[in-house]
Design a protein around this ligand. Structure first.
Ligand code: ADP
Ligand code: ASP
Ligand code: MG
Length: 409
């Protein structure tokens, strides 16, 4: 007998038929004698709709009220799945984040989980009741509902698995595992049987939405055994149908590049004609840091006549706010012109084998040059290289790199 946390994403609970199918899947684990807790997302499209309600009313709305609104999507699916399970004669009940409680910090809209009180859930599971827990939500220090950032139900599931000391956390989604790149844009992408936590962490933080970055961070830290599986497919007889997250040393053959990620979530800002003197970067980025803006890629151009340009990327959703912040600070920073471009995409190649190989970047630059794709900004770390390109070239760039690194299936 094992204790399992099963998480179902938006497409897996998109309508009543799918919710019935999910109940069937849960029933099978229960019938096999396992203790099960379930985490659900909102029905597909629901969270987008709720977010739009908030931004349509006011682009700069109160984040606490945003959380009150967008957390409701998950409340609906917990109740519906509990009913579907009860229909099958299974003892189940819904749990909202605040009822457990799942305690978070006060970062409304992108809160972090601090603690989960698991005693009651464990007791109920031992008695044979299935908790159906709302993903994506918790309760903050101000006793108000918080949400964990888009895709946050993955993190709810891993955190719950850690809290109840589950043997596994199974993430059911609309693809049957983690692929070398998004299989929706590269049909020749290959499914990975295993992926190292470190690689998955990079892939997720660089845009691969199959797992939320924080869920991978948490799985790595709390040693949760996570696998990504399809909720639409069944492969009887296979005990490892999806992708398992593992430690780096469990991977015998380390490919130089194991995956390609892309993100359309960033925007580019260029601050032109800033005086080229010590402290100028500190003054530009100081303005952003003071307002909690995450800056990602940065380049500073060679100075001409004592002036220079600084280009960087920020989350696209924050472009309006950041523009305003920099315009308000123009006098203090002393720049000439501010340019913004939301139509960019960041393309990244990731691999733990990169540390011991040379020429990886050159392969990337050559493949992009052959397709006449201009590179706007470059950034690197130990196990990844990222470039910023015009958004229109996203698919072309990802496919070209997938082929160039020999990843095509
Ligand atoms: P869920 O609603 O189940 O949480 P998501 O839409 O958040 O599902 O995540 C699954 C999606 O992630 C897939 O449909 C796929 O398009 C996308 N994806 C991006 N990169 C990858 C990758 N490397 N491997 C698998 N899926 C990926
Ligand atoms: N429903 C939330 C979202 O769409 C959380 C999740 O699905 O993981 O972002
Ligand atoms: Mg998701």
């Amino acid at each position: 007998m094992a204790r399992i946390v099963m998480k179902f994403g938006g497409t897996s609970v998109a309508d009543l038929d799918r919710i019935r199918a999910v109940a069937g899947r849960v029933a099978r684990e229960v019938e096999a004698g396992h203790e099960v807790a379930v985490v659900v997302s909102a029905m597909a499209g629901e969270t987008n709709k709720l977010v739009k309600f908030c931004t349509d009313l006011s682009p700069l709305h109160d984040a606490r009220e945003y959380d009150a609104v967008v957390a409701t999507g998950e409340q609906v699916t917990t109740g519906l799945l509990a009913i579907a399970l009860q229909q099958r004669g299974i003892n189940a009940r819904s749990w909202q984040g605040w009822q457990i409680p799942i305690r978070t910090d006060g970062g409304h809209g992108k809160a972090r989980i601090d603690a989960i009180d698991s005693a009651l859930l464990i007791e109920r599971m031992r008695q044979g009741q299935i908790p159906v827990v709302a993903g994506f939500q918790g309760i903050g220090p101000d006793n108000r509902v918080t949400t964990l950032g888009r895709g946050g139900s993955d993190t709810s599931a891993v955190a719950l698995a850690a809290a109840v000391k589950a043997d596994r956390c199974d993430i059911y989604t609309d693809v049957d595992g983690v692929y070398t790149t998004d299989p929706r844009i590269v049909p020749r992408a290959r499914k990975l049987a295993t992926i190292a936590y470190e690689e998955m962490l990079e892939m997720a933080s660089l845009g691969a939405k199959v797992l939320q970055t924080r869920s991978v961070e948490l799985a790595m830290k709390a040693r949760v055994r996570v696998q990504v599986l399809s909720s639409f497919e069944d492969r009887p007889g296979s005990d490892l149908p999806g992708t398992l997250l593992v430690d780096e040393d469990e991977i015998v053959e380390k490919p130089v590049v194991s995956g390609i990620a892309y993100s359309r979530d960033e925007a580019k800002i260029t601050v032109r004609r800033v005086p080229d003197r010590p402290g100028i970067a500190a003054s530009v980025f100081g303005v952003l840091a003071a307002s909690n803006v995450n800056v990602d890629m940065i380049v500073q151009n060679v100075s001409e006549d004592g002036d220079t340009d600084i280009t960087f990327t920020i989350p696209r959703l924050e472009l309006r706010r950041v523009r305003q912040l920099l315009e308000d600070a123009q006098g203090r920073i002393g720049y000439g012109l501010l340019l913004t471009d939301p139509e960019v995409a960041k393309i990244s190649v990731v691999g733990i084998g990169m540390t011991s190989h040379s020429g990886v970047a050159q392969t990337m630059f050559k493949a992009l040059a052959e397709r006449s794709i201009n590179i706007q900004v470059i950034s690197t770390s130990e196990i990844k290289i990222s470039v910023l390109v015009a958004e229109d070239y996203t698919e072309l760039a990802v496919r070209a790199l997938h082929t160039a690194y020999g990843l095509d299936g």
